[in-house]
Design a protein around this ligand. Structure first.
Ligand code: XMP
Length: 519
């Protein structure tokens, strides 16, 4: 396993992802992690990330001596390299000029990290630079083996100690051979085995879950989303009937969604799932409310109430054995985010939005088998566990569901119309291959009536909007440039097949300033 020390670079998470992709387990901790945890971790190698600071700043983060005392290989990237140079008495030059973007290094020396990688282009390697300071004098014992015109020490190595410094960022895809380089570091230099594969992860997790849970009962809020679905499949494999899932149908789900969840888990896999039909409860609670944030609060609170009732029923019904565990689909990016905001002082969990705030009489110990996994790893696990591809690669769906896609007051009549329109849109996206090319797509119900003409008659009916976006991180998004023919097919089908709709529009707003959802 590899220990990654985070000095705050925007790319730090990518280092962890590349190492995992190379089949090696790693964890990332803030630079001020306790020395005792460094010693306990059992690292076979350490990677020091980049960071925004300068080693010349008074309070800039230093490298904990304990990392060197581990006597394992260390790879410093950007700030990590500069801090390492500083630590060993090299010289780092502060500079006002940023070098940012694509660059090409010339490799002039030999190292296990680079040999052969750069060969094809006359010892040149295309890399991604992003730094202000640079090392201008390598410390004693280090050889300089690559440079660019503006950065004379782009790579420095101490092969005896197995210490390596890279001024560029191997973790970003713009560094074309960056994945090979990181893979060499973890495999050849650190001698880690490539055992971090979905099947191995499943075997390990199943063992851990059996240990943790014993013969106790576990409760899981199953939403049908990727994370809770994978948790359900994993727990079912580990503890079978000791798992009870509660699936809350809030009446704001997509067409046939509840049936599909029941089919996959209850019918096909034999998981114990209690389906709570709570449509009336949600719609009654929402009646008369048009404000988006108020609707979100109502839906969240109603969910807790319904889930808590179901949890009490399960507790009483489980053959006298109390339910002691609550499983959650917390994943690694949540954990990293919450650790960051506490500056490494505590490793706190961000409560999953689905089950935060349960009443006091329901106290459970948490089971979080995905806590150290990235989303793409969770997906691979889901596939290896036999969950349907469609479920695992489905677009994200917000917790409040159609509640925020029906503008203003939510009514069953509106939800039924929206479900049909949305299903038609999804069918056509899938048929045309555009579902996978968009990150999120859905229909929106607008409580606006518009005039249309059907045969000889006039139709005064609702307006449906279509939304499709391309995005990686959901923080910014561009509206998807769907082909006109596709939009035409979808709009014709919606107006022909749903009598209550007289008009369809396509949303051409990007985020920012618009958001992805309409509410
Ligand atoms: P916005 O609309 O903020 O959406 O651009 C960004 C992403 O977040 C999802 N989203 C939500 N997810 N509860 C959720 O679980 C919510 O209240 C919520 N609001 C937005 C949205 O679907 C998109 O993927």
């Amino acid at each position: 396993r590899i220990l990654i020390i985070d000095y705050g670079s925007q790319y730090s998470q990518l280092i962890a992802r590349r190492v995992r992709e190379a089949g090696v387990f790693c964890e990332m901790y803030p630079y001020d992690i306790d020395t005792s945890r460094i010693e306990e971790f059992g690292a076979k190698g350490v990677i020091l990330s980049g960071g925004p600071e300068s080693v010349h700043d008074e309070n800039s983060p230093k490298i904990n001596q304990a990392l060197f005392d581990l006597n394992v290989p260390i790879l410093g990237i950007c700030y990590g390299m500069q801090a390492m140079a500083d630590h060993f008495g090299g010289k780092v030059q502060a500079s006002d000029v940023q070098e940012f973007g694509a660059s090409t290094i010339e490799v002039t020396g030999s190292s296990v990290l680079l040999d052969g990688i750069a060969g094809e282009k006359e010892n040149r390697l295309d890399v991604w630079m992003s730094h202000g300071d640079k090392v201008v004098e390598a410390p004693e014992g280090f050889d300089v083996i690559a440079s660019t015109p503006s950065c004379p020490i782009a790579v420095m190595v101490n092969e005896d100690k197995k210490y390596y410094g890279l001024q560029f960022h191997p973790e970003v895809t713009h560094t074309l051979q960056g994945d090979v380089l990181l893979s060499r570091f973890v495999h050849q230099v650190c001698e880690c085995a490539g055992s971090w594969t979905p099947d191995n992860i499943i075997d390990m997790r199943v063992e851990q879950l059996k240990q943790q849970i014993g013969d106790k009962q576990v409760l899981l809020g199953l939403s049908g989303g990727v994370d809770s679905s994978v948790v359900a499949a994993l727990l079912h494999k580990a503890i079978g009937d000791q798992l009870t899932c509660v699936f809350v149908d809030n009446g704001l789900l997509r067409l046939h969604e509840g049936d599909q969840v029941m089919q996959v888990f209850a019918e096909n896999m034999g998981v114990k799932v209690i389906r709570v039909d709570a449509e009336d409860r949600f719609l009654t609670a929402l009646a008369g409310e048009a404000d988006p944030e108020a609707k979100r609060k109502i839906i969240g609170k109603t969910f807790i109430d319904v889930f808590a009732d179901a949890a009490r029923d399960v507790s009483q019904g489980s053959d006298g054995k109390p339910v002691e565990f609550l499983a959650q689909g917390t994943i690694y990016p949540d954990v990293i985010e919450s650790a960051k905001s506490h500056q490494g002082k505590a490793h706190v969990i961000k409560s999953h939005h689905n089950v935060g705030g349960l009443p006091d009489d329901l106290q459970f110990e948490l089971v979080e088998p995905l806590r150290d996994l990235f989303k793409d790893e969770v997906r691979k696990l889901g596939i290896a566990l036999g969950l349907p591809h469609k479920m695992i690669y489905r677009h994200p769906f917000p917790g409040p569901g159609l509640g925020v896609r029906i503008l203003g007051e939510v009514k069953k009549e509106y939800a039924d119309i929206l479900r049909q329109a949305d299903a038609i849109f999804m069918q056509e996206l899938e048929r045309s291959g555009w579902y996978e090319k968009t990150a999120q797509a859905f229909a929106v119900f607008t409580p606006v009536k518009s005039v249309g003409v059907v045969g000889d008659g006039r139709r005064y009916a609702w307006v449906i909007a279509l939304r499709a976006v391309e995005t990686i991180d959901f923080m910014t998004a561009r509206f998807a440039h769907l082909p006109y023919e596709l939009i035409e097919t979808v709009s014709n089908r919606i107006m022909n097949e749903i009598a209550e709709v007289s008009r369809v529009t396509y949303d051409v707003s990007s985020k920012p300033p618009a958001t992805i959802e309409w509410e």
